[in-house]
Design a binder for this molecule. Structure first.
Ligand SMILES: Cc1cc2nc3c(=O)[nH]c(=O)nc-3n(C[C@H](O)[C@H](O)[C@H](O)COP(=O)(O)O)c2cc1C
Length: 115
């Protein structure tokens, strides 16, 4: 489960938190249980959504979701990285995201629940 999120007031947007909470019930039948996960936070600011990224990681502990630790993905200054059509045109960010997704694919292989 890959989460790509903006940051609201140094935390996750309420709609994303609601989605996590709804998916976690009924108790004992959480849709998230055991699913390998990773976070990409994105922001037009310089900090790259660090607060949202780590707030989300706090929920992963209770939801029992093994979260990719490295590399971390804080994508800052996002307005400069895309063209008018919404394509990611910044080469170093494209390169980084490729490496990030390869690491996540390996993480899924190592942590996917049996069966
Ligand atoms: C209520 C609110 C709080 C926000 N707080 C932050 C913040 O803490 N850090 C940040 O980098 N950007 C913040 N932003 C800017 C959002 O990251 C930016 O609006 C987002 O990338 C665009 O997504 P949206 O269309 O869902 O708002 C905030 C925006 C809103 C509306």
């Amino acid at each position: 489960m890959l989460f790509v999120t903006p940051e609201y007031n140094r935390s996750v947007p309420g709609v994303l938190k609601n989605a996590l909470d709804v998916g976690s019930r009924p108790y004992g039948k959480s849709a998230w249980n055991g699913k390998p996960t990773a976070v990409v936070s994105v922001s037009p600011g310089a900090i790259g959504g660090f607060g949202a990224n780590h707030a989300l990681r706090q929920s992963f502990v209770f939801l029992n979701m093994p979260a990719l630790q490295q590399p971390e993905a804080y994508i800052g200054n996002s307005a400069r990285l895309f063209n008018d059509k919404g394509d990611l045109v910044d080469e170093s960010t494209r390169d980084f995201m490729g490496k990030f997704l390869h690491a996540f694919a390996a993480w899924i292989e190592r942590n996917a629940p049996a069966g």
